[in-house]
Design a protein around this ligand. Structure first.
Ligand code: ASP
Length: 312
């Protein structure tokens, strides 16, 4: 298997590398359930989380993942960084890389920024923690690890509903589905689908109810208000919820074996009804738990790959 040196996106990974990260992630689940949640794996490693967009789950889980494995973890948010004083992203990243961290975890609104920065940051592994509407690879790894714990993902049908056009999670799943042997169905109003959606080669529905039969997972997506350029993508929140919200009736139509997933943050009453979000079929908090384990796997792998180069 080729070593994973950076994690820019699912596009870059081979199926074997994804499987490797999932297997390593699975081995870390137990660590977070022990009375003493600490292992020495990343002792002596430095990880910087550089977040220019809001985050609760991703930022915290990278921090916890690093700390549980004994790395030194530093968090920087846009609000407190020198970009507020006019410094460019490249200068900020190069400044941090000069402090010799092993890993720089970046979230930014510019699609492709991690891949752009990497050649300038020699010796530092980069992780994409979400770049604009482009990719969110660790969310997909999180979801696949969750599905692995609930009967697997191969051959399954994941129906993704909501703001597909601005969702980096949907884009990364579309790439992963082909590599890992599952099917993604997309459900959205025309105004929330990307242009040329046909080129993804997946089934597209505008009627949510028609997409439900045969779905193994109903994967709900938040409307990405921060990325909408106009406010006329749907008439009102009430109508959106009626047409594209997951409620009890729709969950009944899906059957009791169908799982409900959401990458968070949820907007209850918009894309998902409260009783569905809290139902036994919801795996949303499992996703959060698995997110820590998968990020432990990513950090360990990236530190390992660089360590091997240092030794060579
Ligand atoms: N947390 C996910 C992301 O960062 C989904 C969302 O924000 O709606 O893309």
């Amino acid at each position: 298997m080729k070593p994973v040196r950076h994690l820019f996106g699912i596009a870059q990974l081979e199926a074997e590398q994804i499987e490797y990260l999932l297997t390593l992630g699975a081995s870390f689940i137990d660590l977070s359930r022990r009375p003493l949640r600490k292992a020495p794996t990343l002792r002596g490693k430095t990880i910087i989380n550089l977040f220019f967009e809001n985050s609760t789950r991703t930022r915290t889980s990278f921090e916890i993942a690093g700390k549980r494995l004994s790395a030194d973890v530093i968090n920087i948010s846009a609000a407190t960084s020198a970009t507020k004083k006019g410094e460019s992203l490249l200068d900020t990243a190069q400044t941090l890389a000069a402090m010799r961290p092993h890993v720089l975890v970046i979230r930014h609104s510019i699609a492709g920024c991690c891949e752009f920065l990497a050649p300038y940051l020699e010796g530092t592994a980069i992780v994409n923690a979400g770049d604009g509407a482009h990719e969110h690879p660790t969310q997909v790894l999180t979801d696949l690890l969750t599905l692995r714990a609930h009967g697997g993902f191969a051959g399954k049908v994941i129906t993704m509903v909501g703001d597909i056009s601005h969702s980096r999670v949907a884009r990364s799943h579309l790439l992963a589905a082909r590599k890992m042997g599952y099917t993604v169905r997309l459900v959205a109003p025309k105004t929330l689908l990307p242009a040329e959606v046909e080129r993804y080669g997946c089934e597209v529905f505008h009627d949510f109810d028609a997409a439900i039969p045969g779905s193994d997972v109903l994967y709900m997506l938040r409307v990405q208000n921060e990325r909408l350029t106009s406010s006329c993508c749907f008439p009102s929140i009430r109508e959106y919820h009626e047409a594209y919200g997951l409620n009890r009736q729709r969950l009944r139509l899906a059957g009791e074996d169908c799982l409900v997933m959401h990458p968070g943050p949820m907007n209850r009453g918009v894309e998902i009804a409260t009783d569905v979000a809290d139902s036994v079929q919801a795996r949303i908090l499992d996703q959060v738990e698995h997110g820590v384990a998968v990020r432990m796997a990513v950090l360990t792998t990236l530190c390992g790959a660089h360590a091997m180069e240092e030794e060579a």
